[in-house]
Design a protein around this ligand. Structure first.
Ligand SMILES: *[C@@H]1O[C@H](CO)[C@@H](O)[C@H](O)[C@H]1NC(C)=O
Length: 133
Protein backbone atom coordinates (compact mmCIF):
# COMPACT_ATOMS: atom_id res chain seq x y z
CA UNK A 1 0.00 0.00 0.00
CA UNK A 2 1.54 3.36 -0.99
CA UNK A 3 1.25 6.55 1.02
CA UNK A 4 -1.78 8.09 -0.77
CA UNK A 5 -3.78 4.93 -0.14
CA UNK A 6 -3.19 5.16 3.63
CA UNK A 7 -4.47 8.73 3.62
CA UNK A 8 -7.66 7.72 1.84
CA UNK A 9 -8.40 4.96 4.36
CA UNK A 10 -7.87 7.40 7.24
CA UNK A 11 -10.25 9.90 5.66
CA UNK A 12 -12.98 7.30 5.28
CA UNK A 13 -12.60 6.16 8.90
CA UNK A 14 -12.77 9.68 10.32
CA UNK A 15 -15.76 10.56 8.16
CA UNK A 16 -17.54 7.49 9.50
CA UNK A 17 -17.00 8.61 13.10
CA UNK A 18 -18.15 12.16 12.40
CA UNK A 19 -21.25 10.85 10.71
CA UNK A 20 -22.19 8.74 13.74
CA UNK A 21 -21.84 11.70 16.10
CA UNK A 22 -24.14 13.76 13.90
CA UNK A 23 -26.74 10.97 13.88
CA UNK A 24 -26.89 10.94 17.67
CA UNK A 25 -27.94 14.59 17.72
CA UNK A 26 -30.16 14.93 14.69
CA UNK A 27 -32.38 11.90 14.77
CA UNK A 28 -34.77 11.25 11.98
CA UNK A 29 -38.38 11.49 13.10
CA UNK A 30 -40.07 8.11 13.05
CA UNK A 31 -43.58 9.58 12.95
CA UNK A 32 -45.43 12.88 13.25
CA UNK A 33 -48.22 11.74 15.57
CA UNK A 34 -48.28 9.53 18.64
CA UNK A 35 -50.86 8.02 20.98
CA UNK A 36 -50.37 8.06 24.75
CA UNK A 37 -52.40 7.38 27.89
CA UNK A 38 -51.70 10.92 29.15
CA UNK A 39 -50.11 14.18 27.97
CA UNK A 40 -46.68 13.14 29.21
CA UNK A 41 -46.79 9.53 28.02
CA UNK A 42 -45.92 8.55 31.58
CA UNK A 43 -48.65 5.96 32.11
CA UNK A 44 -48.44 2.43 30.79
CA UNK A 45 -50.92 1.83 27.98
CA UNK A 46 -50.51 -1.92 27.88
CA UNK A 47 -48.34 -4.92 28.56
CA UNK A 48 -47.17 -6.93 25.57
CA UNK A 49 -45.36 -10.20 25.13
CA UNK A 50 -42.42 -10.45 22.73
CA UNK A 51 -43.14 -12.90 19.91
CA UNK A 52 -39.87 -12.49 18.03
CA UNK A 53 -36.35 -11.24 18.88
CA UNK A 54 -35.44 -7.75 17.72
CA UNK A 55 -31.97 -6.18 17.65
CA UNK A 56 -31.93 -2.41 18.15
CA UNK A 57 -30.36 -0.62 15.18
CA UNK A 58 -29.36 2.48 17.19
CA UNK A 59 -29.86 4.08 20.61
CA UNK A 60 -33.47 5.06 19.90
CA UNK A 61 -34.49 1.41 19.95
CA UNK A 62 -34.48 -1.39 22.53
CA UNK A 63 -33.61 -5.05 22.07
CA UNK A 64 -36.46 -7.51 22.37
CA UNK A 65 -36.04 -11.09 23.51
CA UNK A 66 -38.74 -13.60 22.70
CA UNK A 67 -40.95 -14.37 25.70
CA UNK A 68 -40.12 -11.14 27.63
CA UNK A 69 -42.84 -8.73 28.70
CA UNK A 70 -42.82 -5.10 27.57
CA UNK A 71 -44.53 -2.06 29.09
CA UNK A 72 -45.92 0.10 26.29
CA UNK A 73 -45.87 3.90 26.89
CA UNK A 74 -46.76 5.30 23.50
CA UNK A 75 -47.63 4.25 19.97
CA UNK A 76 -46.73 6.06 16.79
CA UNK A 77 -49.26 6.57 14.09
CA UNK A 78 -47.94 4.62 11.12
CA UNK A 79 -46.07 6.48 8.39
CA UNK A 80 -46.16 5.14 4.87
CA UNK A 81 -43.10 3.12 3.95
CA UNK A 82 -42.02 2.49 7.56
CA UNK A 83 -42.95 -0.06 10.18
CA UNK A 84 -45.16 0.78 13.10
CA UNK A 85 -43.11 1.57 16.19
CA UNK A 86 -44.10 1.70 19.84
CA UNK A 87 -42.21 3.10 22.81
CA UNK A 88 -41.69 0.81 25.78
CA UNK A 89 -39.43 -0.77 28.32
CA UNK A 90 -38.59 -4.38 29.02
CA UNK A 91 -39.95 -5.93 32.17
CA UNK A 92 -37.10 -8.32 32.82
CA UNK A 93 -35.91 -10.85 35.37
CA UNK A 94 -33.39 -8.23 36.47
CA UNK A 95 -35.96 -5.53 36.98
CA UNK A 96 -33.61 -2.98 38.55
CA UNK A 97 -31.10 -3.30 35.69
CA UNK A 98 -33.83 -2.75 33.15
CA UNK A 99 -35.31 0.34 34.75
CA UNK A 100 -34.76 3.45 32.72
CA UNK A 101 -34.13 1.51 29.54
CA UNK A 102 -36.81 2.82 27.29
CA UNK A 103 -36.91 2.85 23.53
CA UNK A 104 -38.75 2.03 20.35
CA UNK A 105 -39.48 -1.37 18.89
CA UNK A 106 -41.54 -2.68 15.97
CA UNK A 107 -45.07 -3.42 17.17
CA UNK A 108 -45.39 -6.49 14.95
CA UNK A 109 -42.80 -8.22 17.17
CA UNK A 110 -45.14 -8.18 20.19
CA UNK A 111 -48.64 -9.19 21.21
CA UNK A 112 -50.54 -7.05 23.69
CA UNK A 113 -51.76 -9.23 26.54
CA UNK A 114 -53.19 -6.61 28.89
CA UNK A 115 -54.58 -3.17 28.03
CA UNK A 116 -54.59 -0.70 30.94
CA UNK A 117 -55.71 2.39 29.04
CA UNK A 118 -58.31 1.85 26.36
CA UNK A 119 -58.68 5.59 25.86
CA UNK A 120 -55.53 7.18 24.48
CA UNK A 121 -54.89 10.74 23.40
CA UNK A 122 -53.27 11.68 20.13
CA UNK A 123 -50.65 14.41 19.89
CA UNK A 124 -47.78 15.53 17.69
CA UNK A 125 -44.34 14.03 18.22
CA UNK A 126 -41.49 16.35 19.19
CA UNK A 127 -37.84 16.29 18.14
CA UNK A 128 -37.05 15.32 21.73
CA UNK A 129 -38.96 12.06 21.21
CA UNK A 130 -36.18 10.94 18.91
CA UNK A 131 -33.23 12.24 20.83
CA UNK A 132 -30.68 9.87 22.24
CA UNK A 133 -26.98 10.11 22.93
C1 LIG B 1 -51.82 -12.90 21.53
O1 LIG B 1 -52.40 -13.00 22.82
C2 LIG B 1 -53.70 -13.54 22.84
C3 LIG B 1 -54.19 -13.56 24.27
O2 LIG B 1 -53.67 -12.57 25.04
C4 LIG B 1 -53.69 -14.95 22.25
O3 LIG B 1 -55.01 -15.44 22.20
C5 LIG B 1 -53.10 -14.91 20.86
O4 LIG B 1 -52.98 -16.24 20.37
C6 LIG B 1 -51.74 -14.26 20.87
N1 LIG B 1 -51.22 -14.14 19.51
C7 LIG B 1 -50.05 -14.60 19.15
C8 LIG B 1 -49.66 -14.35 17.74
O5 LIG B 1 -49.29 -15.16 19.93
Amino acid sequence: MDHSCHTLVLLIVSFGCLHQTTDAIHMEKLANRKMCADRYCSYVISVAKVLEDYIASDCRFINLKKGKMIYVYSKFKPVEGTGLFWLGSVYGDHYVDQMGIIGYFPSNHVNETHIFEKKTIEMPTADMDFFCA
